[in-house]
Design a protein around this ligand. Structure first.
Ligand SMILES: [Zn+2]
Length: 703
């Protein structure tokens, strides 16, 4: 049975409610308003009782519920009372989980227009890991974040807090990705006024985010490479870099001075800074430099200098180190330093992409204890983390920093991906929900860590973000279960089952051959039928994100099928031209035939472009894979262009020479047919059978 709450329900918070509790109440209020159409009043210091939802932290004046949290990161939820005027209580043990309490309560409701039903609740939950967050890479490379307005940041970070996150790591200034600006010079310099405006717009938002994070009960951290400067500084002073471009050489004093000056300025501007995450490489390092390699000693020097600069302004700031891109011996150097110096300003070491490098190398060498190259058992994913955890002094945290965004050329690629989908999706250019795979990765790695701050580049990884969030809170939850909660929360109970199936289906489709996969049409039909029933879904960017993924996969699949059909047709159409002294009419008809076949997918392409553009309008999501949709993945589109050129020449009375005509008409077809086939040709391993005494190598014939 559900306890039905009415339109006059009040959200009661204690007289001494903290800002985090106010934010939590506002979140609950906004969710009810959006989903039920009611605006529940928030009453500070009000009486709890029938028809109320009490929210708070024990001791802030909020009413005591039947269950009390017993840990600062525990929440307790209860519901019940009078069936005609039920009540609920959501209490948090401390400010870092009060949004999580409100979020858990909100997601427990069945919310529909004019209805808010809550099951009987009596639960206490404690976050499983102390570090729960994401590294939101808002540099110029991501699909969304750098273009977001304040409102989008506020909504997204609030939602992450409501799913239990207690830290957000941002890129307030990835200096190496800002060409054409010298904002900290006196006077400041910008290549163009629009660049100045954009820099100012982004910096303004970034400088407000630390306060927002604290209000949401989250720590605020920043990711900042150890040695980049604004690219324009290198343009003007090429002597400060070796081969790293904006990643200048710290052994050149002028470079070091510039590295420090930028960081000093940024740290001074930030109102809060709880965590400074300094990656070792990716990004960082001085490639090809004899003074800077091996990199670990220079990296550690910079870390100490930057920590001191940050702690001048933010004395409590903690540092996250990394050993990304460091070899076994370099990682040993870093670990030895931690063991010897025991800096209390280091919180831990992040394990991210390229951290696995430490496990490669000579088992006899200085880093050999970390090597997995001669390790005879399974554990490819978990082995490196467990090695690092075992070697890290116990006082330091190990923070998982997995890549939850990319599908290719990355730490955790979608290994079964169809090559054409890989071409379109590239690294992050198509929607890529991977709930079960992310849950598996979490399961393999979480035991070694103290929580996670996965790397995210925007909205194409949205589902994955919630999988890591939910499992950092409770690692017993499955990918399917979290996908279902995501679907129910963001699309409503009516669409929850269908959306869950679509999410899981896209994950499956992305991980296998596309040709002949019936799941594509099923997912598309499911999406279409729900949109027909509820066109409001087309205003929901998360729905559009899924819809676009399905439509793009459907498009590519249709093209793959058509390519095979058309290639077979063209072979015989072109065969006529061998003999026909006047093939113009036949070529013209074939060109038209090809155009007609290509037009078959025009409607779907228009729909995809509409969806892409709507996503950009609604949420600034740039799905960059869409321009990689083509009329053919067998170069039949290129063939069409070449046949049109040949036809124009025939019509001008050119191409009268038989050999020339043959080359212009038959050659492009052969090239198209071979385009994919020959792309896999490598080194021959086996000799041909010698079929005739007068031949060696492959047998040949002429006709
Ligand atoms: Zn150097």
């Amino acid at each position: 049975m559900l306890w039905q709450f009415g339109p006059d329900t009040r959200i009661v918070i204690g007289a001494g409610a903290a800002r985090q509790t106010e934010r939590a109440a506002a979140y609950l209020q906004a969710q009810i308003e959006r989903r039920c159409g009611w605006r529940w009043q928030v009453a500070r210091g009000g009486e709890a009782g029938p028809g109320t939802i009490a929210l708070g932290i024990p001791g802030d004046g909020s009413p005591a519920g039947p269950l009390l949290p017993e840990h600062p990161e525990e929440i307790a939820l209860c519901s019940g009372g009078d069936p005609n005027a039920p009540s609920a209580v959501a209490l948090a043990g401390g400010p870092t989980v009060v949004l999580a309490a409100a979020g858990k309560l909100a997601r427990s409701f069945d919310l529909r227009p004019g209805r808010a039903g809550l099951p009987s609740l009596s639960l206490r939950e404690r976050a499983a890991f102390p570090v729960r967050g994401h590294t939101l890479a808002n540099h110029k490379q991501n699909t969304t974040y750098d273009k977001w307005a304040w409102e989008q940041w506020e909504e997204h970070l609030t939602e992450l807090a409501a799913w239990g996150n207690n830290i957000a790591v941002l890129y307030p200034l990835h200096v190496g990705r800002w060409p054409g600006v010298l904002p900290f010079d006196t006077p400041a310099w910008f290549a163009t006024p629009d660049r100045e405006d954009e820099f100012a717009r982004q910096l303004d938002i970034q400088l407000r985010l630390p306060v927002l994070c604290h209000e949401l009960g989250m720590r605020y951290g920043i990711w900042m490479p150890p040695n980049d400067v604004f690219p324009e500084e290198v343009v003007r002073h090429p002597e400060i870099t070796r081969h790293g471009r904006a990643y200048v050489c710290p052994h050149r004093p002028a470079a070091r001075q510039r590295i420090h000056a930028i960081r000093d300025r940024l740290f001074a501007l930030l109102p809060h800074l709880d965590v400074l995450f300094i990656p070792s490489k990716d990004d960082g390092g001085c490639p090809g430099c004899p003074d800077c390699n091996p990199w670990a000693p220079t990296y550690l020097e910079l870390v100490q200098e930057h920590a001191a600069l940050a702690r001048n302004y933010h004395p409590e700031c903690q540092i996250w180190l990394a050993q990304q891109g460091l070899t076994g011996p370099e990682t040993r150097f870093l670990l030895d330093w931690l063991d010897r110096v025991h800096p209390d300003w280091v919180e831990g070491v992040a394990f991210g992409p390229y951290s696995e490098l430490m496990t490669f190398g000579d088992a006899e060498g200085a880093g050999g204890a970390l090597s997995l190259e001669r390790y005879p058992r399974s554990g490819r994913i978990s082995g490196p983390l467990n090695r690092l955890r075992a070697a890290l002094p116990g006082r330091y945290r190990m923070i998982l920093y997995p890549d939850e965004t990319h599908t290719f050329r990355c730490q955790y690629p979608v290994v079964g991906m169809d090559p054409v989908v890989q071409f379109v999706w590239d690294r992050e250019n198509g929607p890529a929900p991977r709930p079960r795979e992310m849950a598996r990765l979490h399961a393999e790695t979480c035991a070694a860590g103290d929580g996670a701050g996965p790397y995210t580049e925007g909205d194409t990884d949205d589902v994955n973000k919630f999988v890591w969030s939910a499992r950092d809170w409770n690692p017993s939850r499955s990918g399917e279960e979290i996908a279902a909660e995501y679907a129910r929360w963001f699309f409503g109970s009516v669409h929850a089952d269908a959306a869950t199936r679509i999410i899981l289906s896209v994950e499956d489709i992305l991980n296998g051959p596309l040709y002949g996969n019936p799941a594509v049409a099923e997912a598309r039909a499911l999406a279409n039928s729900h949109e027909a029933d509820d066109p409001g879904l087309l205003d929901n960017w998360r729905w559009l994100n899924l819809r676009l993924g399905v439509a793009m996969l459907s498009y590519v699949q249709r093209v793959l099928v058509r390519d095979r059909e058309v290639a077979a047709e063209l072979r015989y159409r072109a065969a006529v031209w061998h003999h026909d002294p006047e093939p113009s009419a036949s070529v013209r008809e074939t060109v038209h035939h090809l155009e007609r076949r290509f037009a078959e997918t025009g409607g779907l392409l228009d729909e995809i472009v509409w969806t892409r553009d709507r996503l950009f309008t609604l949420h600034k999501l740039a799905v960059r894979g869409v321009p990689r949709l083509q009329n053919s993945y067998l170069k039949l589109d290129v063939l069409l262009e070449r046949w049109k050129e040949a036809l124009a020449r025939l019509e001008r009375g050119e191409l009268t020479d038989y050999a020339e005509k043959h080359a212009a008409l038959i050659g492009p077809l052969r090239e198209a047919e071979d385009s994919v086939r020959m792309g896999v040709r490598g080194v021959q391993l086996v000799e041909h059978i010698r079929e005739y005494t007068w031949e060696s190598g492959a047998t040949t014939w002429v006709w």
